[in-house]
Design a protein around this ligand. Structure first.
Ligand code: LFR
Length: 477
């Protein structure tokens, strides 16, 4: 039996989980959970990365002695270091407005079609590439750029690297070679020397520094292992699909990431126009998916309504009329925080649909819209990659939302298998277990999940006609 600490940082909370892995067992327990509260200061929206690091240290202390530690988090964001390795300011939040209008400037130098053919990344205003162009004035004083999990790994170990799955979200990686895209970087004047050397999931990332051991009470040496440090890469690693199964997945949480696991990128113009991304996954795989706003839409409404009880809200939503009004849940207009109930109402009004009024109605509108966006992404991914599927795996926080899972099954006209909820942490643990034992490969790890984790199956109900009608309604806007 081995024990692994999985640090998994999400947009609103961080957690340190302990995975105990035996040849035929896998138990995951939460050692520590802490709030991740983005802070708005006059210059914009920032991550409180020191408080996150403090949460990681508290979590390692609570976890106790482990055989290794791995870190994953959301993608694209980074910290800049000076020549002495000191952090230059708080990392900027990907929902900050500094990238507004930047893409157009970038495309004037590298046209959007060329950028897609070279990097395979969907357009999202927050891709690191656009952030770096927006931050050009700050870059001269920086000697090093570390993506968030790499920054925390550096603080824990003193060693610097750039983990590949997360690096692929920078829009500076060529998904065919899985190496830096030197041409794109040089045309945009981005110095790739800012990045530390690439590391692959499974690579050693150093050992906990003496001060960290002292602060956490752990006995050294404790290795830190590179995992799929992009949380979505880790979550997809924990999709409990069987070898040979034809499946799609949806990682649900603050975002919904819906798509396919492929062995080669799809870089066609049609794929670009449909805004699909080719992020890199474990073991040579490609995560071919679309970013959908996800439960962020609901989280922001709940915040605006003063945090009512979620259970009651979902009951009201279940009773509200189905598919009365839907919004485009992939639309970046919903990216920034604030005024979410009003923004949803505005979108319904602008598309000539009834305006949902009560929290229950608005919640129903959000869940219907998410299920519809899941349907669209999975349908288009199958077509664009020429890979039909028979089942949809839903992993992550949204698996707790039974209504969303059922609506997704109904909208897709496919069975949904929901679970595990802590997919990112489990994928993180599995990569450590492969590096240090006892898992042999990822297929092995996935099979272990199927045997050990609770999964819920939702069969599609009714036919998909109302969903097709709602889709047409949105398309006709
Ligand atoms: C999910 C996620 C998505 C990424 C978004 C921003 O947590 O990592 O995959 O597009 O956050 O980083």
């Amino acid at each position: 039996m081995k024990s692994y600490a999985a640090v998994d940082l999400g947009a609103s909370s961080g957690r340190v989980m302990v995975g105990r892995v035996g040849p035929d067992s896998l138990e995951l327990a939460e050692a520590h959970r802490f709030v991740n509260r983005p802070v708005r200061v006059p210059e914009g929206l920032r991550w409180d990365v020191l408080s996150l690091y403090a949460g990681v240290l508290d979590g390692l202390k609570a976890a106790g002695q482990v055989d290794s530690v791995g870190i994953d988090s959301w993608a694209v964001d980074y910290g800049l270091l000076d020549a002495d390795g000191a952090l230059l300011g708080n990392p900027v939040h990907y929902r900050d407005s500094r990238t507004e209008g930047v893409a157009e400037k970038v495309w004037a130098t590298v046209p959007a079609e060329e950028l897609y053919a070279a990097t395979g990344l969907q357009y999202a205003p927050f891709n690191t590439l656009y952030q770096l162009v927006a931050a050009k004035d700050q870059l001269p004083s920086a000697q090093r750029l570390l993506l968030i999990p790499d920054l925390l790994t550096y603080w824990l170990t003193g060693e610097q690297g750039t983990e590949l799955t997360n690096a692929s979200t920078t829009q500076l990686i060529d998904p065919r070679t899985r190496e830096w895209s030197y041409d794109v970087a040089s045309r945009l004047g981005i110095d790739l020397g800012l990045f530390a050397p690439l590391r692959q999931p499974g690579d050693p990332a150093g050992v906990l520094r003496a001060e960290v051991l002292e602060e956490t009470g752990l006995r050294g040496p404790v290795p830190v292992t590179t995992v799929g440090s992009h949380d979505t890469a880790s979550a997809v690693a924990a999709v409990p699909a069987a070898v040979g199964e034809r499946f799609a997945y949806i990682c649900t949480g603050t975002w919904s990431l819906a798509g396919l696991e492929l062995d080669a990128p799809v870089l066609t113009e049609e794929s670009r126009a449909a805004n699909f991304t080719n992020e890199l996954g474990l073991d040579g795989t490609v995560r071919y998916l679309r970013n959908i706003m996800g439960l962020w839409l609901l989280q922001e409404c709940v915040r605006a309504w003063g945090e009512p009880e979620l259970g009651a809200l979902l009951l009201d939503a279940a009773k509200a009329p189905a598919l009365r009004s839907v919004v485009d849940a992939s639309d970046p207009v919903f990216l920034a925080p604030g005024r979410m109930p009003e923004r949803i109402a505005e979108a319904c009004r602008a598309s000539g649909q009834p305006v949902p009024e009560t929290p229950g109605e608005i919640t129903r509108c959000i869940l219907d819209s998410l299920a519809l966006a899941h349907r669209k992404a999975i349908e288009e991914a199958q077509r664009l990659a020429d890979r039909p599927v028979d089942v949809v795996y839903v992993v992550g926080g949204g698996t707790r939302n039974a209504l969303l899972c059922q609506l997704t099954a109904d909208a897709c006209g496919l069975p949904v298998v929901a679970g595990p909820t802590e997919a990112a942490a489990l994928g993180n643990v599995l990569v450590q277990a492969r590096a240090h034992g006892p898992a042999d490969d990822l297929a092995d790890g996935r099979a272990l999940l199927t045997r050990t984790q609770p999964l819920t199956r939702y069969e599609p109900q009714g036919d998909t006609a109302p969903w097709r009608e709602a889709e047409a309604r949105l398309a006709a806007r």
